[in-house]
Design a protein around this ligand. Structure first.
Ligand SMILES: [Zn+2]
Ligand SMILES: [Zn+2]
Ligand SMILES: [Zn+2]
Ligand SMILES: [Zn+2]
Length: 624
């Protein structure tokens, strides 16, 4: 407590340190003013203020569970006081709370608080470290800022308010010691730019100020009052950000300041061009053709897998976008009528209408399974792209003059017309062979990632008189629509080849790819013997083909040994194959045989596959 003499030379006081500090900052009591302690010993006000700043924080927290190695408790504690935060634009007006210790130190005696079960610092580290890089690659940049918004109850590792407060206060102390340019620069590097706090209605002039607000007692208390919760994710991310800035100070490495990196520019998606009707048509078609709903299956590879924290962050983005989607749209059909299978939870649920999807997606069981098995980045971006225009209501309207009828020529979409003239060497699958052929093609297409990149393709199926608007819409129609399939009585092999080729789907059979299993690898001698034998058979077939009247031999061969007729690629030689006869020629070519002999993973079964097709050893050809 201190006293001072006012303009009339009247002794005023006693006043608290924080009051002095406030007046000092506002220049009511400028530097050089003398203040007196209770023994009437004079001090310069700046000395008192600075000393009080130093001594106060020592009594703050001593918390082993949140102990940064370099945590220097000898730091100022600035809190946004409750009275001030109600008035807007006072965000810079941080003042120390008298008795702030009591207010924030709920945690006393709470030493045995729950530690996160499986979320660990490593997950957080890799998330923050890769974030800038990943943001450059993805369609929807990650704008998550720790402690900005609370989570719904599905968030993993939620924390009690007192734990959040204690952690945030520590971090807040650290943030204050950093130079504004450095910490704001690092936050901008992470794609965290200043924007108003929606909850408290406060604006910020830089990212440091904004982060300080999100870490303030008033913001966190207010956030918990809205019913949400923070998570260890917030706590650990804030801690990692501080650590990164500290390291940059230690190494004097401020590379992140060099680039003025703006990730905000969102790449256009095909949904941005569609009207609502077409957007839903495309979604329905994609669900049908891919034989599943995006986000209901684990990713196919690690490259496509969102990191744990990313997945959590983007699930929240999904939820926010969905909430902003007009009610009327949520009741629309999007999936197959009846049951839809979730590959994570191994359960069926009714996904006929859009609204049933998030209900399952945010169920406790599904969140657990999805985060455990990984979430596909492509699937997530697909859904976010889909919802973006619907959410903002800036969906394109259908303009009828846009509907240009495309006349269907031979060169148009395969399987959508009666073939006019046959390509030489072409043949058809008919009768009971058709179903397994179409199933094989559907499955190959479903396994293709590119389905999530639908595009405009206006055409009309002449048989069914159905207008089709997107590539996936056409695929769904020709492969899955009953009205179309009922009309189909033969499928041209060349049509299928063109279809697969247009989708960039590669079909390979044994000896045109590396075997996965090496259960019966052959030694070189054995290999040479069998390959020579195979080559002899091929030559014989080829001779027949070129010299005799049996021009249909190869097509017969391919027709009865599906999917040989569709092979369009040799991985071993890295070549594309455009016709059935070219494939047989490739099989017996010098280059191919040489590559086969070099390849370590060619098994006896691979050779047998072909000898059977050529009907050697007296066995009947394999048909399907
Ligand atoms: Zn706030
Ligand atoms: Zn599920
Ligand atoms: Zn049709
Ligand atoms: Zn080859």
């Amino acid at each position: 407590m201190y006293y001072y003499y006012d303009d009339q030379n009247v002794l005023q006081g006693p006043y608290s340190n924080s009051a002095l500090q406030k007046w000092f900052q506002k220049q009511y009591l400028p530097a050089g003013t003398l203040v007196y302690d209770k023994y009437m010993q004079p001090f310069l006000i700046e000395y008192v203020v600075n000393r009080s700043l130093k001594s106060r924080t020592k009594v703050m927290f001593h918390d082993d569970t949140f102990n940064l190695d370099r945590t220097n408790l000898d730091v100022t504690l600035h809190l946004c006081s409750p009275e001030l935060s109600n008035t807007t634009s006072s965000s810079e007006d941080f003042t120390q709370l008298e008795g702030g210790v009591d207010e924030v130190d709920f945690g006393r005696g709470f030493e045995y608080e729950k530690e996160p079960c499986f979320l660990n610092q490593l997950m957080i580290n890799s998330y923050i470290e890769q974030r800038a890089l990943l943001n450059r690659r993805r369609r929807f940049p990650d704008t998550y800022c720790p402690f900005e918004n609370t989570w719904n109850n599905w968030v993993p590792e939620p924390i009690e308010m007192n734990v959040a407060l204690r952690g945030a206060i520590h971090t807040h102390n650290m943030v204050q010691t950093f130079d504004e340019r450095i910490i704001s620069g690092y936050l901008n590097f992470l794609n965290i730019y200043p924007h108003p706090c929606q909850l408290c209605d406060v604006k910020f002039s830089n990212s440091k100020e904004m982060l300080e607000h999100f870490l303030s007692v008033i913001h966190i208390q207010r956030s918990y009052k809205t019913g949400g919760t923070f998570s260890y994710i917030d706590l650990y991310c804030a801690r990692k950000i501080i650590y990164e800035v500290e390291m940059s100070y230690a190494d004097k490495n401020f590379d992140f300041l060099a680039d003025d990196v703006h990730f905000q520019s969102r790449k256009m998606s095909f949904f941005d061009e569609f009207d609502i009707l077409t957007a839903f048509e495309s979604l329905k078609s994609t669900v049908a053709v891919s034989q599943g709903v995006p986000l209901l299956s684990p990713p196919r590879n690690t490259l496509d897998t969102l990191g744990y924290v990313e997945a959590v962050v983007f699930l929240r983005v999904f939820q926010e976008k969905y909430k902003r989607m007009p009610e009327a749209l949520r009741g629309r059909r999007f999936g197959p009528t009846g049951k839809t299978w979730c590959n994570y939870c191994k359960v069926e649920f009714d996904a006929t209408f859009l609204e049933s999807f998030p209900t399952h997606l945010f169920s406790e069981e599904h969140i657990d399974n999805a985060l455990y098995n990984g979430v596909s980045r492509a699937d997530m971006e697909y859904w976010l792209s889909f919802m973006e225009p619907l959410m903002n209501g800036n969906c394109k309207r259908v303009r009828h003059q846009d509907r240009v009828e495309v006349s269907l020529q031979e060169s148009d979409f395969p399987l959508c017309y009666v073939p006019v003239g046959r390509v030489e060497g072409d043949f058809s699958y008919t009768g009971k062979d058709m179903q397994p052929v179409l199933k094989y093609v559907s499955d190959e297409i479903a396994a293709s990632f590119d389905l999530l990149d639908d595009y405009k393709y206006r055409t009309t199926c002449r048989w069914c008189r159905t207008d089709l608007f997107t590539r996936n819409g056409v695929l769904r129609h020709i492969l899955h629509d009953k009205c179309h399939l009922d009309r189909l009585n033969s499928v041209s092999n060349d049509d299928l080849r063109r279809l697969l080729c247009s989708l960039d789907i590669k079909i390979r059979v044994p000896l045109f790819r590396q075997s996965k299993r090496t259960s019966s690898p052959m030694d070189v001698k054995e290999k040479k013997f069998y390959l020579q034998r195979l080559r002899n058979v091929c030559s014989k077939k080829l001779n027949n083909f070129f010299s005799s009247h049996q021009r249909s031999t190869l097509s017969q061969l391919a027709a009865r040994s599906f999917p040989v007729g569709l092979v369009n690629r040799c991985d071993l030689c890295d070549v594309t194959i455009d016709r059935v006869d070219a494939m047989i020629m490739h099989l017996s070519s010098e280059q191919h045989i040489a590559n086969l002999i070099e390849s370590p993973r060619i098994s006896n079964n691979d050779v047998q596959y072909w000898l059977t097709i050529f009907n050697v050893d007296g066995r009947r050809s394999r048909v399907f």
